[in-house]
Unconditional design. Structure first.
Length: 161
C-alpha cells in the first residue's frame, strides 16, 4: 500500500479521517504499510522516505498550529477527551540564567574543562583499543576502553528544500 497514493477504500485515507485516534489504529495502519512492503508490493526505501516525509509534515503542522491547539484545548477545560485522546494543557519548566553568580560561573567553567579533558581521555582510550599497548606523550600507558555495546546501522534521509 503506497501511503501517499490516493485510492478509494484505502486504509491510508482512513488515517486522516479517523473519528477516534488510538495506538491500536495507528499500529494497524503501520502494520498494513509494512505488510505491503514485506509482500513485495512496495519498495522498502521509497516507503521509508515517504514515512520520513509524513514525520516532517506532522512536525511542521504541529509547530505551526500549536498555539491555536492550546487555545482550543483550554476552552475544553483542564483535561478532556478529543478523538479518543486525552488532552491537557501543561506548562513547561522555566529556564534560568545563573551567569550573574561568580561561584556558579567558576564551577561551570571547571565542569566544561573537565568534560573536555574527559573526552580527550576517552578518545585516547578508544584509540588504544587498536594497539597491544599505547603510551601517551608523558610515557604513561593508556588503558584501552572496553566495548560496552556495538553501534548499529541506521539510514539517514535528507529531504531537499
Amino acid at each position: 500500500m503506497d501511503i501517499f497514493e490516493k485510492k478509494e477504500n484505502n486504509i491510508a485515507n482512513v488515517v486522516l479521517s479517523m473519528n477516534k485516534v488510538s495506538k491500536t489504529n495507528i499500529d494497524s495502519v503501520a502494520n498494513e504499510v509494512c505488510r505491503s512492503v514485506l509482500d513485495g508490493n512496495e519498495y522498502a526505501i521509497t516507503t521509508y522516505i515517504k514515512a520520513k516525509a509524513l514525520e516532517e509534515i506532522s512536525s511542521s503542522i504541529q509547530s505551526k498550529i500549536k498555539q491555536y491547539a492550546i487555545d482550543e484545548a483550554e476552552k475544553h477545560g483542564s483535561e478532556s477527551n478529543i478523538f479518543g485522546c486525552g488532552v491537557s494543557v501543561k506548562s513547561t519548566a522555566n529556564k534560568y540564567d545563573y551567569s550573574d553568580c561568580e561561584e556558579w560561573v567558576s564551577l561551570n567553567n571547571q565542569i566544561k574543562e573537565l568534560t573536555e579533558r574527559k573526552k580527550a581521555i576517552e578518545k585516547q582510550m578508544v584509540l588504544a583499543m587498536s594497539y597491544s599497548e599505547m603510551v601517551d606523550e608523558d610515557g604513561v600507558v593508556v588503558v584501552p576502553a572496553t566495548l560496552e555495546k556495538s553501534g548499529s546501522t541506521t539510514i539517514a534521509i535528507k529531504i531537499p528544500k
